[in-house]
Design a protein around this ligand. Structure first.
Ligand code: CTP
Ligand code: MG
Length: 225
């Protein structure tokens, strides 16, 4: 089966508050998006990488990866899910898609391998996830604890998230049209009653979100492949 990667990279990085969209900040001599694309483009099982860009993107064309034969770009949309849908339009309907945030540059081939292999057990699709480590609290609006939430069976949803292209396109489109709160691909599948599996991934596959994530990502990049 054909496997493609879709990389939503159309965000503006408002929480990072940098002069450039965060995916174009440099870490260890390379843009964050460049690290992400290198990992996906060099994976032997990934046939094509589709990156969704902001309509105002001024930076992508300058990346060394921009002319890679396995890479295609598309204009993204207002929300992350719209960008993913734009990417899915360029995908073969019989393929499987690995949807991976541009802002997660510390992904490893080992985690991609685990996720792809999980399709044999979980034909409905699966996501990389990390078990919650801290004790979890629910609070009132005033910030007073109302309960301790059992952290067993509680996970951080990471990316990539791995689904058949046709099903993901259909359910993402329908969930958005219905106004459902869709923050990742799995939530669109769940909305349609299809329950994806979790595959334990590395906790250092962080999403670079706030300025203090930059140092961590830089450190994690030095230690991975
Ligand atoms: N993304 C996208 N299209 C959007 C919004 C986000 O492709 N309309 C991408 C981002 O570029 C990022 C990923 O989705 O790679 C995860 O989103 P997030 O971390 O929220 O990035 P931003 O939206 O750029 O950041 P912020 O929410 O702080 O503005
Ligand atoms: Mg965002």
């Amino acid at each position: 089966e054909q496997i493609i990667a879709i990389v939503p990279a159309a965000g503006i990085g408002s929480r990072m508050g940098a002069e450039l969209p965060k995916q174009y900040l440099i870490l260890n001599e390379q843009t964050i998006l460049g690290h992400t694309l290198d990992c996906l483009l060099s994976h032997p099982q990934i046939d094509k990488v589709i990156v969704a860009l902001n309509p105002q993107d001024d930076y992508f064309a300058n990346l060394s990866q921009a002319s890679h034969p396995k890479l295609q770009s598309v204009t993204g949309g207002k929300e992350r899910a719209d960008s993913v849908l734009a990417g899915l339009q360029l995908a073969d309907s019989g393929a499987w898609a690995l949807v991976h945030d541009a802002a997660r540059p510390c992904l490893t081939h080992q985690d991609i391998d685990k996720l792809i292999a999980s399709a044999a057990t979980f034909p409905q699709g699966a996501i990389l996830a990390a078990p919650v480590r801290d004790t979890m609290k629910r609070t009132s609006r005033e910030g007073v604890i109302t309960e301790t939430v059992c952290r067993e069976q509680l996970w951080h949803a990471l990316t990539p998230q791995f689904f058949p292209v046709a099903e993901l396109s259909r359910h993402l489109t329908a969930a958005l049209a219905a106004g459902a709160l869709i923050t990742d691909e799995a939530s669109a599948m769940e909305w349609a009653g299809i329950m994806p599996a979790v595959v334990t991934g590395r906790a250092d596959n962080i999403k670079v979100t706030h300025p203090d994530d930059l140092q961590l990502a830089s450190l994690f990049l030095k230690n991975s492949i």
